[in-house]
Structures are given as C-alpha cells and as structure tokens.
Design a protein around this ligand. Structure first.
Ligand SMILES: *[C@@H]1O[C@H](CO)[C@@H](O)[C@H](O)[C@H]1NC(C)=O
Ligand SMILES: *[C@@H]1O[C@H](CO)[C@@H](O)[C@H](O)[C@H]1NC(C)=O
Ligand SMILES: *[C@@H]1O[C@H](CO)[C@@H](O)[C@H](O)[C@H]1NC(C)=O
Ligand SMILES: *[C@@H]1O[C@H](CO)[C@@H](O)[C@H](O)[C@H]1NC(C)=O
Length: 196
C-alpha cells in the first residue's frame, strides 16, 4: 500500500512535471519575401498573397481573414514557411490544415484556400528551395526548380500591379514580364490567421 501510494504520487509528480505538448508546426520558422531585380519597378518590394495569387508591391497588398473576434495576428504582411514535405512551401498561418503554395498550370504562383487542398490539375507543388538567412546575414533566398527555372513578374494592367509567376512548361513570359529573384527575411511570428 505504501509503495503503491509512493508510486502513484511519483507518477502524479511526473505528470505535473511533464512539459506541455509541443506543437510540431512547420510554421514556427516564418519568413517574408521581397522581389529582387535592380533598376526595375519591383526591386525590393514585398511579395503579397491576395486572391489566391501573389503580387509585388503596395498596389495589391496582403489580403487576410480573421474568423475570431480577438486574437488574430495583425495580418498585414505575407509570411511563408517551409512545407510539410521536402521541396514544398506553405503560407505561415494559424488556420488548421494550413495553406499550401503551388504553381498553377499557367505558371502563376498560387495558394490554396483554407480547409481545402484543392489545386487545379497540372499544378506543381515544387520543388521550392528555401535557404534561411544565416545568423550573420539579414536575407535568405527562395528559389524554384532547377537552374533554368525561377520566378518572374508580369504587369496586370487591370489591377495596376505585378503578378508573380514561375518558369514552367506552361508559363507564358511576355516581353513586359521581368525575371525576379526572391530574397527572404526571417519573421518573428506567424503574421495571419489565414490569407484570402
Ligand atoms: C503591421 O501591423 C503592426 C501592428 O499594428 C504594425 O506594428 C506594423 O508596423 C505593420 N506592418 C506593416 C508592414 O504594415
Ligand atoms: C557568415 O557565417 C558563415 C558561417 O559561419 C561564414 O562562412 C561566412 O563567411 C560569414 N559571412 C560573413 C559576411 O561574415
Ligand atoms: C528545368 O526546368 C525546365 C522548365 O520546366 C525544363 O524544361 C528543363 O528540362 C529542366 N532541366 C532539368 C535539367 O531538369
Ligand atoms: C500568353 O500571353 C498572351 C499575351 O498576354 C496571352 O494572349 C495568352 O493568352 C497567354 N497564354 C497563356 C497560355 O496563358
């Protein structure tokens, strides 16, 4: 009886001492992205999630949604995180299930709506390659595919903004488009409940 009590209290002590479960969230390491093409209109402008696609600069700002009356992140910048599997990319969000970044069949960099994994047939989920900023540097990089691929931006005259694309078999870079590199900046926290 004595031993049993001791054991019980020892176990109880263990239970109390056990750390709270640590959520294994890929989003723990968030980063934002900026376009790099010196002398161009998009140079060093932010990459913004809006309407399922990505845009460069303030003309088409980050669009987010918060279903809670209180407690959502500010939702005014677009943050990414490495995806759940190698070579994939996600938005860094609170919404359960997350939001995946992909390339649609026309080459447009895109993201899934919350609570759905839907992507059009022919979409590509990678390979995205994220190299975080080293501790002694301020910027990292985000690339796509092999050396002949990568990102470009095209002016969308209807919304006076530059849209982000990836060079793929289906993409369509016209003369008004420009190649861009993406630099990344570490962000201290998830920036939005979800992107819309
Ligand atoms: C986003 O909102 C936060 C909190 O209101 C503010 O401190 C920050 O400057 C804003 N950032 C941008 C890029 O607008
Ligand atoms: C940053 O750190 C890496 C690894 O320690 C080192 O190889 C590199 O030279 C450093 N770069 C600068 C600019 O200090
Ligand atoms: C790189 O990607 C391009 C565009 O999808 C493709 O045409 C090319 O064959 C790829 N090269 C290699 C070595 O995989
Ligand atoms: C490629 O771009 C041209 C010019 O903007 C457009 O007319 C055409 O529909 C595009 N094709 C595809 C497959 O997106």
């Amino acid at each position: 009886m004595f031993c049993k009590t001791l054991l019980a209290s020892a176990l109880a002590g263990l239970a109390v001492a056990a750390p709270a479960p640590i959520a294994q969230r890929q989003e723990a390491s968030s980063f934002s992205a900026i376009a790099v093409h010196s002398t161009s209109a998009v140079h060093l402008q932010s990459i913004n999630a809006n309407g399922g696609k990505f845009w460069v600069g303030a003309e088409k700002p980050t669009s987010t949604y918060c279903p809670l009356s209180t407690g959502c992140p500010a939702g005014n910048i677009t943050t990414f995180a490495a995806g759940a599997s190698t070579g994939t990319l996600s938005l860094s969000v609170e919404v359960p299930g997350g939001q995946q970044v992909y390339v649609d069949p026309s080459g447009a960099l895109s993201f899934t709506v919350p609570h759905s994994a839907f992507m059009p047939a022919g979409s590509q989920t990678g390979p995205f390659v994220y190299t975080a900023a080293a501790s002694n540097q301020t910027v990292g990089t985000l690339t796509f595919g092999n050396g002949t691929q990568g990102f470009f931006a095209c002016p969308d005259d209807a919304v006076s903004a530059w849209q982000v694309y990836v060079f793929t078999a289906g993409s369509n870079s016209t003369s008004s488009c420009i190649g861009i590199g993406l630099s990344t900046v570490n962000e201290p926290a998830i920036a939005a409940w979800e992107y819309a």
